[in-house]
Design a protein around this ligand. Structure first.
Ligand code: PHE
Length: 341
């Protein structure tokens, strides 16, 4: 019987140590510890032993049982641990693997051009203003010296909201000059980019909605030389060193004297080609010295202060900057077009 118990113990322990899964463990539990198990079978023979032999044998049997139970416990734990670590390993996320790249769009050429213009003027100490697209005719026209009857006020040119022609979609960013004069401390240096609206048919160079960037300086002893110097610097920074500009006399009701600035055509260098319609030059902006009456209407003494202003077409600037041939491309937002910038 002693040998039997020793054999059970040895067999059970080695079997438990080699068990591969919980099903095998269950089988072994039944085989050794179950009601019909081997150990139970041995214990049932205890009755045949003498009274002296019984306690020692009983103790041995208990030890064997405890040993098998202990081994079963250890084996179960080992299997659970192995299962857990296998699961963790299978579920491992390698956080060092680079993610899938997100495809970003690109900056629209209009925004790219505006960004450059802002950079240039911010560098010269200008503040960037934003203003309403729905504007009072008073600010768009009256306060800019364009009185009743001025051709630009005509219904055929301007989008009005009311019969009395008081509220309109601004036709220029110039009312931002007035808004700045009314709200800011002197001296003033501002640019004001934004949308403007005119009743124009769509073609390669026209759109009923387009963008302008207004610029204005009011300070003491400001002259036309400052205006030309600033605009020449703008042209060189935008289009490259040595960019040739030309100032032509012009008329605006709110500047005196007034001019338009052209940039020499980048395609033909001034000889004349389809891009510049044979002119050799591309018109970029209108400008001039602020009319004394406009300053007076804003309560600014024209004997003490003077100023200049300009209004540039942003589409034209972007077209020249990025060599775009047709204005409509800018608004169609065809990805094949946009991806080129
Ligand atoms: N507002 C004028 C236009 O739309 C441009 C301009 C702005 C001219 C400022 C002079 C001064 O044509």
């Amino acid at each position: 019987m002693k040998e039997q118990l020793a054999k059970i113990r040895a067999e059970a322990l080695s079997a438990l140590e080699n068990a591969r899964d919980s099903a095998a463990l269950d089988e072994l539990r039944v085989k050794y510890l179950g009601k019909k198990g081997e150990l139970t079978a041995v214990l049932k023979q205890m009755g045949k032993l003498s009274a002296e032999e019984r306690p020692a044998m009983g103790q041995l049997a208990n030890e064997v049982r405890a040993a098998v139970e202990g081994a079963l416990e250890t084996a179960t734990q080992k299997l659970e641990e192995a299962a857990l670590s296998a699961k963790l390993k299978a579920e491992t996320v390698d956080v060092t693997i680079p993610g899938r790249p997100i495809r970003l769009g690109r900056r629209h050429p209009m925004n790219a051009a505006l960004e450059e213009i802002k950079e240039i003027f911010i560098g010269m100490g200008f503040t960037v203003l934003d203003g309403p697209e729905i504007e009072l005719a008073e600010l768009n026209f009256d306060r800019l010296n364009a009185e009743e009857g001025h051709p630009s006020r005509d219904w055929s040119d301007t989008f009005y909201f009311d019969e009395d022609s008081r509220v309109m979609l601004r036709s220029q960013t110039s009312p931002m000059q007035v808004r700045a004069m009314d709200t800011m401390e002197l001296p003033i240096r501002i640019i004001a980019p934004g949308r403007v609206y005119r009743k124009d048919e769509v073609d390669a160079t026209h759109s009923p909605m387009f963008h302008q960037v207004e610029g204005m300086v009011i300070d003491k002893n400001v002259t036309m030389a400052d205006l030309k110097g600033t605009l020449n610097l703008l042209a060189e920074q935008l289009f490259g060193a040595g960019t040739v500009t030309r100032f032509r006399p012009h008329h605006f009701p709110f500047t005196e004297p007034s001019c338009e600035m052209d940039v020499q055509c980048h395609k033909c260098g001034g000889a004349g080609c389809p891009t510049c319609k044979g002119e050799g030059w591309i018109e970029l902006l209108g400008a001039g010295m602020i009319h004394p009456h406009v300053l007076e209407m804003a309560g600014i003494d024209p004997d003490k202060w003077s100023g200049w202003a300009f209004g540039m077409g942003l589409e034209r600037t972007a077209m020249r900057r990025f060599k775009i041939a047709d204005l409509r491309l800018i608004f169609e937002n065809d990805v094949r077009f946009l991806e080129q910038f």
